[in-house]
Design a protein around this ligand. Structure first.
Ligand SMILES: [Zn+2]
Length: 495
């Protein structure tokens, strides 16, 4: 059994479909995670039980108990009172009016519990360890089934007067009223024509009910309003567009890729269709990306943050296709700013952003002040290179390829690229930077001949991660001398 860690937390992400509990160190290393399905159509008591069980199970499997924890942070998709962890409302699940902070604290032997909104905590997590590390002001936008956001201002979560700031998904992007020209009947193209084109489409052969539209043809959002950002660019909107296009007779590979049905369209099927050059899916995803781009532009004009962070399932699955479009929309902005420092980046922490943010919340004493969360620097080993092809780390000699992760852990590199044996694949890079890093050191004997592929470059650039490709000896020095969070891939060359 490994040494028991003292500074230990649990972060829980309570989502509409799954509940993830993760065991996390005070420096932000995710040691283990446990996922369960969220119970549906049941009283809140059942969901509370599942949250408690998932924490107990996680701890048990790792040989810890709740009384060894410094605290537990819980993220829920709804409105939470920041002072006491009381859940006011969760529109898409059953935790409304639940005193979750107090209940979980009592059930888990008096351990400190903090509760917050999931998108707020995702943004907090990114500002603690991820792509928002260097940002003073950041807006995190998470595109999934719905669209949510979190705002960090002066390194602290901005909650708003009613603690519901950041409901970006319900910003109206399609104005749901007739223009004055239409009202004055100046133009002949009027609502009659619009509604005719909308209703002329063949009925969709799926179990999904037809979306409710207003007289201008705008689809009703889950919140009851029309023209919301979420109703035109979320995952649900993308699925709806695909169903509509297929029902209208547009030729697409998506039905076959999704197992012959389109009730629920899997991310994997969308990604495959994009990769295969499917026109329908490409056009629809591109349209959603343009809408996201314009929403980002609105955010930029309203808040002018140092960085806009994009995350969530849709961005994770389609980033290669979406990011260039989003970047182009932001670049097209004609309104000049005083400096040129603003950026749009992709989440570095992926699935872990929310649980890490939940830990940041409880660690910072519930203040949501990133600088009060404290030290995020794990203990890094000192690397020693005594001979040409041996690196010593903590008295162990390494002679074959390995990765050094941002939390200081060492991991064997499992696959060496066949085509370019001295180079690095995207997979190496994805594996190495998991958990958020300032610097990535890529060590190879052929450093002067190696150039990263455009894919790898874009991956690092979009997360604000610096990298250097150097020979092993220089890499050892770079790694040892780095003051920030660091990661490395060491390749020893062909033997
Ligand atoms: Zn809405």
């Amino acid at each position: 059994m490994r040494d028991q860690i003292k500074d230990l937390y649990v972060g829980v992400d309570v989502g509409g479909t799954k509940i993830q509990a993760s065991l996390i160190t005070g420096t932000g290393s995710v040691l283990a995670s446990n996922r369960r399905s969220t119970p549906r159509d049941c009283p809140s008591e059942v969901t509370i039980d599942v949250i408690e069980e998932s924490i107990h199970e996680l701890l048990m499997l790792q040989n810890y108990s709740a009384d060894q924890l410094e605290g537990i942070g819980i993220a829920v998709p709804g409105v939470v009172r920041a002072d006491n962890g009381y859940v006011v409302v969760t529109p898409n699940m059953n935790l409304s009016e639940v005193d979750l902070g107090r209940i979980m604290g009592e059930r888990l032997g008096g351990v400190r519990v903090a509760v917050g909104n999931d998108c707020n905590l995702g943004t907090l997590g990114e500002c603690w360890l991820g792509s928002g590390r260097f940002a003073n002001t950041a807006v995190g936008i998470f595109v999934g089934t719905g669209i949510g956001a979190g705002i960090v201002n002066e390194r602290r979560l901005f909650l708003g007067a009613g603690q519901v700031a950041g409901e970006i998904g319900h910003i109206v992007l399609q104005i749901p009223c007739e223009s004055w020209q239409e009202q004055l009947r100046i133009k002949k193209s009027n609502r009659k024509q619009i509604s005719q084109t909308i209703h002329a489409k063949k009925s969709v052969k799926t179990k999904k009910t037809k979306p409710i539209t207003n007289r201008l043809g705008l689809v009703q959002c889950g919140c009851g309003n029309y023209g919301c950002f979420e109703s035109i660019a979320s995952r649900s909107a993308i699925e709806r567009y695909i169903r509509e296009a297929v029902a209208c007779g547009a030729k697409s590979s998506i039905t076959a890729l999704n197992g012959g049905k389109l009730d629920v369209i899997k991310s994997g099927a969308i990604a495959k269709a994009l990769k295969g050059g499917d026109e329908v899916v490409n056009v629809i995803v591109r349209y959603a990306a343009e809408v996201i781009g314009y929403a980002c532009l609105t955010v930029q004009h309203l808040i002018d943050p140092d960085v806009i962070l994009l995350g969530g399932g849709v961005i994770e699955a389609c980033q290669k296709h979406m990011m260039p479009v989003i970047e182009a929309v932001l670049k097209s902005d004609n309104l000049k700013s005083a400096t040129d420092s603003r950026r749009v980046l992709v989440s570095s922490l992926g699935d872990s952003a929310v649980v890490l943010g939940a830990v940041a919340l409880v660690k910072g004493g519930g203040t949501s002040d990133v600088d009060r969360v404290g030290e995020s620097m794990p203990k890094y080993s000192h690397l020693l290179m005594l001979a040409d092809d041996v690196i010593h780390i903590d008295d162990i000699a390494y002679m074959s390829d390995f990765l050094l992760l941002p939390d200081g852990e060492i991991k064997a590199r499992t696959k060496i690229p066949k085509k370019n044996p001295n180079g690095f694949r995207l997979k190496d890079i994805e594996n190495a930077v998991q958990g958020g890093t300032d610097l990535l050191v890529l060590a190879t004997p052929e450093a002067d001949k190696i150039v990263l592929s455009e894919k790898c470059n874009a991956y690092l650039h979009r997360r604000g991660i610096d990298y250097r490709i150097t020979k092993l000896k220089d890499a050892v020095q770079l790694y040892n001398n780095c003051n920030g969070r660091r990661a490395a891939v060491f390749h020893f060359g062909e033997k």
